[in-house]
Design a protein around this ligand. Structure first.
Ligand code: DAH
Length: 345
């Protein structure tokens, strides 16, 4: 009796068919679950006379094994068959592709590049992990300048025998000036956008990395007047024709004379507000005439050539343009912040 039952079940499971996962599950429940057919046969096993137990036991095992193998084979067949996934509705409208937006710093950087390109400047580039030689030595930094201090700058590798071989994350893009000058001769007219690093506590107004755009122009008879006119043109192109600039004397090791440039505050129109600390002016860059020492250190004859350089802060200009109140927002990657710039270029 029980053997007949097993034989007929065996025939059934060998013929099991399914075209999707639900049907397979139904078969599993029917035959292999706790309350399934095979378990029912096993429950009957204790009534089998002792002399038949061996034969019946082997048959039950064969039945169970066959059922398992058949179900596995059906699963494989569904997974590998092309139209096996019944959950896939090919007639459904596709999900819309969500386009990203340009980062505000990229938007502003591109705009600045655009303005200087129209004045004949070409792009130059240099490494972010740079040596002391290009960041400091060739830029005429004194040996004991505080920027060369571990506390001020991120050093990656110290060289005990030769400080100029120390490797650091560049603290300004002025290093690209040295890179360009040592491989080319005037006329040189470049801008170099890039990221720079400083060991600063991260707050709304300071960060350990930010972006600069360096400018360098070297030729015969380049004067401070040229510098001033180029910067005025830039400020007006960037912030509007009524923008005023103000140059204040300053000091940088690589320029002489040096200046810092303010523009009339774009936010309050020069009347005074929280952003310009109620002065009506906002500093956006450092500049000056390239120090003859720098020219000589980089292989350019300072008796024949003169030049000017400037370095501007991309975050500061972006803040002025878009009134971003907290520097940290630029690097938090919050899409809600980035989506604010969907309408910008
Ligand atoms: N490298 C300066 C800084 O990071 C900015 C700067 C000032 C760059 C004057 C220049 C320059 O090229 O002439 O603060």
């Amino acid at each position: 009796m029980i053997l007949d039952k097993i034989e007929s079940l065996l025939a059934e499971v060998k013929e099991m068919k399914a075209s999707n996962a639900e049907e397979i599950e139904a078969l599993r429940l029917k035959y292999l679950s706790k309350k399934g057919e095979i378990n029912a046969v096993m429950a009957d096993f204790r009534n089998v006379p002792a002399d038949q137990k061996k034969e019946v036991g082997m048959k039950i095992n064969e039945l169970k094994q066959t059922a398992l193998e058949r179900l596995n084979a059906l699963r494989d067949a569904i997974e590998t068959s092309e139209d096996g996934d019944q959950g896939l509705d090919l007639t459904r409208t596709a999900y819309p592709i969500k386009l990203g937006t340009r980062h505000p710093l990229t938007i502003v950087k591109n705009e600045i590049i655009d303005i200087f390109s129209r004045m004949g400047f070409v792009l130059a580039d240099g490494p972010e992990a740079e040596d002391d030689l290009h960041v400091f030595t060739k830029m005429n930094f004194a040996a004991d300048h505080p920027a060369r201090d571990m506390q001020d700058t991120f050093f990656i590798e110290q060289n005990p025998n030769d400080v100029t071989k120390n490797i650091l994350l560049r603290s300004h893009t002025s290093s690209v000036q040295a890179r360009v000058m040592e491989t080319s001769q005037p006329p040189i007219r470049i801008i170099c956008p890039g990221r720079v690093y400083r060991n600063e506590a991260i707050t709304a107004r300071a960060h350990c990395f930010f972006h600069q755009i360096e400018g360098l122009y070297i030729d015969k008879n380049v004067s401070f007047t040229d510098l001033k006119q180029v910067l005025l043109t830039f400020a007006r192109e960037m912030f509007g024709a009524d923008t005023k600039i103000r140059l204040r004397p300053s000091y940088f090791p690589f320029t002489e004379p040096s200046a810092e440039m303010d523009i009339s505050c774009h936010i309050c129109g020069g009347k005074g507000c929280g952003f310009c600390k109620h002065t009506g002016w906002v500093e956006i860059l450092g500049c000056g005439m390239v120090d003859p020492n720098v020219l000589e250190l980089c292989g350019i004859d300072s008796k024949v050539y003169t030049g000017y350089a400037f370095g501007l802060g991309v975050e500061r200009i972006t803040n002025l343009k878009y009134q971003v109140s907290d520097l940290r927002m630029f690097s938090e990657n919050d899409v809600r912040f980035l989506e604010e710039f969907e309408g910008a270029k």
